[in-house]
Structures are given as structure tokens and as C-alpha cells.
Design a protein around this ligand. Structure first.
Ligand code: DOR
Ligand code: ZN
Length: 422
């Protein structure tokens, strides 16, 4: 298969340039101006061509919770959101703590054949925090990282062993940071709004203590670690100073942490309930700044689809999580680039380059000879977010009614168009 993408504004590492891209046999064969159009042409006039977006933190719910999402619905939602590669967390049922589940996920994803789906294995068996999972076997079966996401590994010795063991297989630990004892059933950020609403709060310290521990382990062992969904200004400070002294720590955050403050919990909308919780303006601003200066390496969605019955209950009983894979690009572009300080190459770095590097995935940049994973977007197109229109089974978004810019026009994986807006 051979075609040329004509006249798009191509987002390279060092700038944006209007040029053509020749795609051949799943690769970027050539990049240049006025390439001969002696094959099929895709007109990208007025559109921007990004390296295929990569979301290294999603929940696809299969096996076990297919009522919330499955690999097929999640993959369809992912390509509609512009993602060419996604990494799925192991908190399924059964938990992805062995090679059989890892293999199953890869097999299902290959059948669905939309985006690339990379399984993340659990750190401990059943995510119980007590006994290491079959890390080596999962690595062999294709797991790209390990994580007990959804909860912290509370036992520091187990976490140490996990980091050492995973490192032997060249896998990273992705650390969910919340001290379970300190969270103690908290469902929102502890502060003025938890007092006003009467909802049980969770301190920033619950997150920061675990971020500090992961940094301490990484520094002492000289083994890399990745911090999941950072939500506190103080956690960001810990990461910033660790990076400054050369600790091999990387970190991510999500659109809800740089768009929202916990004022949104005041009307008890359970779509705002997420782990870690949405915090205060000081935190929101810190996340935005850290995504600019690179303290936070990447943007992930933590796509956490839930069914209506999991969310249409009183706040304290509702499931934690936001369905985010279809809104991440437009939310990120609108807040950080259009209304913010990021450049388009920086946005591409946060949503593609950095995740590719952190997890040793292909792609992450547009270059000759590279894989033809591309996301083409209309940055001028605006729309209003409506969760009911999501392709994902999870309609749970706190962004209903939010006006955003940046519509995905095409999602191309290995040279094949897997999503087209028309
Ligand atoms: O809000 C969340 N939901 N945070 C997590 O860490 C897990 C996720 C889920 O699985 O629903
Ligand atoms: Zn998660």
C-alpha cells in the first residue's frame, strides 16, 4: 500500500512545517515538499499531522468487566481519540498477573486490529500487594511495564524487589501513589470543598508520601521509576527536585488535573470522582506548568470507563474514574496550546514522544524510515463535549458541555487508516 499525505502541517520535534509524507508498506518512506502524486492522495490541507498519539495508561476492563468496556470498544474509542498505541492496566478480572492473561489481551487486540494494545502486567499477584506476580513470564508474553495501578504497593520491600526484578527484564514500574492507610476511605481532596460537601477527604500527603518513597527507592537502587497520574503541586516539587539531581524518575498527569479544581465536586456529580482526586487551583496550575517545563513527561488519560450503575449512586459509593480517551487530545490542545504556553512540538512530545521513550515503544516522532503511525487533526474545528456520544461504553465524563478545539480527522496505524471523521 502506497499513498501520499499532501499539504499537511507536519509536527516535527523541532517545529511545524508544511510538507508531504509518502507512506509505503506501513512506513514513512519519504518526507518533502511537492512529492510526486503518482499514487493515492490524502488531502491534509488545513490539517496538522502529529506522530501517532500514545496513551500509556488506560483501562480496557477485559477480561472480567466487559459491561464497562472491552478491548474492542476501547480500541474503537482510542482510534477515535487519535491514539495509535495504548497500554492497558492490569486491574481486570482475573488480574493480568500472569502470561496467560497477557497473551489473551494481545490476542484479542490483534483480532480487533485497530490500535496497538500493549498489556501492563501487575506488580503483585491479584494486585494484593503481598507476593510478586510472574513478571518474567509476562515480559516474555509481551507486557511493556508493570503496575498495581488503582492502589499502591504499600510494602516498601515488595516494591524494591519489583523494581529490581522488572529492571532485569528492562520493564519499568508504573507507580500508583496513594498511601492506603492515610487515604482511609477518602473520596475527594481534603480541603475546603470536602468540608462544604461533607465528603470524606484525602490529603495531598497521601499521594506525596508514596511519590517520595518511589523516588527514594529509585535513587538508592539507581533504577528508573514512573509516577502515575500526579495531582499535587507538592508531588510535582518532589519530582522536580529529584530530576534536578539526576534521579531516573519520569511522571505523567491527565487532562482532568490541568483543567479542573475540586470546586466541581460541589454539585455531587459522580463523574468528578477519580483517584487520585481532583485538587485545588494551586495544584491545577502546577500540573500545567510542569507539563510545560517537562517535570511531567507525558499526558495520559487514565481512561477509566464505568457503567451508569457504577456512577448513578451517591458520591461516596460511586466508582472512581473518568472516561477520557476520546477527549484527551482536544482538552490538551485547547488548554495547553491554544490557551496556554505549550508549542505543538511540545504537545506531540507529551502525547507521543515521551511515552514511546519511557516504554521503549516504536513511533513517537515523524521521520523517514519510521513507522507510519500518524494522527491527523483539524485544530480549528471546535465542538462541545457530550459523553453520551462517546464510542467508549463509559460515558462518565466531567466535561459535558465544555467547548474545545481540535478534532481528530484521521488515525493511521502502520500506514492503515483506522479512523476517519467522515
Ligand atoms: O480513578 C481511577 N480509576 N483511578 C485509578 O487509579 C483506577 C481507575 C479504575 O480502574 O477505575
Ligand atoms: Zn489508572
Amino acid at each position: 500500500m502506497k499513498y501520499v499525505i499532501k499539504n499537511g502541517s507536519v509536527v516535527f520535534k523541532d517545529g511545524v512545517k508544511k510538507c508531504d509524507i509518502l507512506v509505503e508498506d506501513g512506513k514513512i518512506a519519504k518526507i518533502g515538499e511537492n512529492l510526486p502524486a503518482d499514487c493515492e492522495v490524502m488531502d491534509a490541507e488545513g490539517l496538522h499531522v502529529f506522530p501517532g498519539l500514545i496513551d500509556m495508561h488506560v483501562h480496557l476492563r477485559e477480561p472480567g468487566y466487559e459491561g464497562k468496556e472491552d478491548i474492542e470498544s476501547g480500541s474503537k474509542a482510542a482510534v477515535a481519540g487519535g491514539f495509535t498505541q495504548i497500554c492497558c492496566m492490569p486491574n481486570t478480572n482475573p488480574v493480568c498477573d500472569n502470561a496467560v492473561v497477557t497473551t489473551y489481551i494481545k490476542y484479542r487486540a490483534e483480532k480487533v486490529n485497530l490500535c496497538k494494545v500493549h498489556p501492563i502486567g501487575s506488580i503483585t499477584k491479584g494486585e494484593n500487594g503481598e507476593e510478586l506476580a510472574e513478571i518474567g513470564k509476562m515480559a516474555e508474553a509481551g507486557a511493556v511495564a508493570i503496575s498495581d495501578d488503582g492502589r499502591s504497593v504499600m510494602d516498601s520491600k515488595i516494591m524494591r524487589l519489583a523494581m529490581e526484578y522488572a529492571n532485569d527484564f528492562n520493564l519499568k514500574c508504573l507507580a500508583h501513589c496513594e498511601d492506603a492507610n492515610l487515604v482511609d476511605g477518602g473520596v475527594v481532596n481534603e480541603g475546603l470543598n470536602s468540608t462544604i460537601t461533607g465528603l470524606k477527604g484525602s490529603l495531598r500527603a497521601a499521594e506525596d508520601i508514596m511519590i517520595a518513597r518511589e523516588i527514594a527507592l529509585s535513587e538508592s537502587l539507581d533504577i528508573p521509576v514512573h509516577i502515575c497520574h500526579v495531582s499535587t503541586y507538592s508531588g510535582i516539587e518532589l519530582i522536580r527536585s529529584a530530576k534536578a539531581r539526576g534521579v531516573k524518575v519520569t511522571a505523567e498527569s491527565c487532562p482532568h488535573y490541568f483543567w479542573l479544581t475540586d470546586d466541581v465536586i460541589r454539585d455531587f456529580d459522580t463523574n468528578t470522582k477519580v483517584n487520585p482526586p481532583i485538587r485545588e487551583e494551586r495544584d491545577r496550575q502546577a500540573v500545567e506548568e510542569a507539563l510545560k517545563d517537562g517535570t511531567l513527561d507525558c499526558i495520559v488519560t487514565d481512561h477509566a470507563p464505568h457503567s451508569k450503575k457504577d456512577k448513578q449512586v451517591e458520591y461516596s459509593l460511586a466508582a472512581f474514574g473518568i472516561s477520557g480517551i476520546e477527549t484527551s487530545f482536544s482538552l490538551s490542545y485547547t488548554k495547553l496550546v491554544k490557551d496556554g504556553e505549550l508549542t505543538l512540538p511540545e504537545l506531540a512530545e507529551r502525547m507521543s514522544g515521551a511515552p514511546a521513550r519511557i516504554l521503549n515503544l516504536e513511533g513517537g516522532e515523524i521521520k523517514e524510515g519510521g513507522v507510519a503511525d500518524l494522527t491527523i487533526a483539524d485544530l480549528a474545528a471546535k465542538y462541545v463535549i457530550d459523553g453520551e456520544k462517546f464510542i467508549s461504553k463509559g460515558k462518565n465524563t466531567p466535561f459535558n458541555g465544555t467547548e474545545v478545539y481540535g478534532k481528530i480527522a484521521y488515525t493511521i496505524v502502520d500506514g492503515e487508516v483506522k479512523y476517519s471523521a467522515e
